[in-house]
Design a protein around this ligand. Structure first.
Ligand code: GLN
Length: 319
């Protein structure tokens, strides 16, 4: 019998993987806001959480950074919990092949193409329960903290910069208002979304969040059922098709896991019913995904047999 993912995770040389990743020097630091531009290129944190909530980490897995777009699947999950039919009606579920900040809506419907691009996330962040921006953000922060298994906070400097420099997101907001897709003030919508992107996480936190999705919405560290199990397949399937932007096709071929990246250098992946993975390393590839995060997940997937379409653990049965 092939070792289980948990057995692999217990004895995998994560530190050796990190050293190997640090020898990769390609990629560029995001400079869309000053706080992101100040990040170090010489850090790489990797974390794995299994079904018992056991957590394995490398150095740098405790470094704090803003979650950015890696928050989008979790905000989407919370919005689905709060009003599933409205969310599925308001936001598409199709990959675009465009950049995450593309000024693109579905031509016929005026809907955002999916909840992983900025237009979709801007809308889903404002479809969670709450009649004011503060109430909606409070719902998001509480829900994301439950996915993380700890009380999370916001980097107020990042949030301020995201709002001050968020002209493209405001443009998306006005475009959606012009199509009747967004019915609240654009600045209010952007403020909720910008604060969600500014929530502070670590690679270890991302691995716990990824594990919560991996185990049907139940946080394996705290035991809390964060979202109902039936919401999870919707979220994981859209992470798999859209989570890595226009690198999603290559990612699914090479890694084969639902995942989501963020421009601060975070990457979260879920191995359904096996593990959650979190990686943090700021240098990004051309699609806005962490170079070392992608490479680390490729290696983990190959070495531990994590590809969702790979051979089964009890492969001998099928020979
Ligand atoms: N805050 C960033 C934005 O709104 C997030 C982008 C990302 O992480 N891909 O563009």
């Amino acid at each position: 019998m092939t070792p289980t993912a948990e057995e692999h995770a217990e004895r995998y040389d994560l530190h050796g993987l990190r050293q190997q990743m640090l020898r990769e020097s390609s990629g560029t630091i995001d400079d869309s806001i000053p706080e992101l531009a100040a990040a170090s290129a010489d850090v790489c944190g990797i974390a794995i959480v299994d079904d018992d909530g056991d957590t394995r980490t490398t150095p740098d897995a405790d470094l704090e950074f803003s979650v950015q777009s890696a928050v989008k699947p979790f905000v989407y999950a919370l919005a689905l919990v709060d009003d599933r039919e409205r969310v599925l009606d308001a936001v598409g579920t199709e990959p675009t092949g465009e950049a995450f900040d593309a000024i693109v809506l579905e031509s016929e419907t005026g809907r955002p193409p999916n909840p992983m691009v900025n237009a979709g996330a801007l809308l889903t962040a404002n479809l969670v329960d709450g009649s004011t921006p503060d109430e909606r953000f409070a719902r998001i922060l509480s829900g994301i903290s439950a996915f993380a298994g700890r009380e999370l906070t916001v980097d107020e400097n990042v949030s301020r910069s995201e709002q001050l420099l968020g002209d493209r997101n405001r443009a998306l907001g006005y475009l959606m208002r012009s199509r009747g897709t967004l019915d609240i003030e654009v600045d209010d919508a952007v403020s909720v979304y910008a604060r969600a992107c500014s929530i502070v996480v670590t690679a270890e936190v991302l691995a716990t969040m990824g594990a919560t999705l991996a185990f049907g919405g139940r946080n394996p560290v705290t035991g809390e059922q964060v979202v109902p199990r039936e919401v999870v397949p919707i979220v994981l399937s859209i992470m798999a098709t859209c989570g890595m932007y226009d690198g999603s096709g290559r990612w699914m071929r090479r890694v084969g896991l639902p995942a989501k990246s963020g421009v601060a250098g975070g990457l979260v992946a879920s191995v359904p019913w096996q593990l959650g993975l979190g990686v943090y390393s700021p240098p990004l590839d051309g699609e806005g995904n962490s170079v070392r995060g992608v490479l680390a997940c490729e290696k983990l997937s190959d070495d531990m047999g994590l590809h969702v379409f790979g051979p089964p653990r009890d492969e001998a049965r099928y020979r």
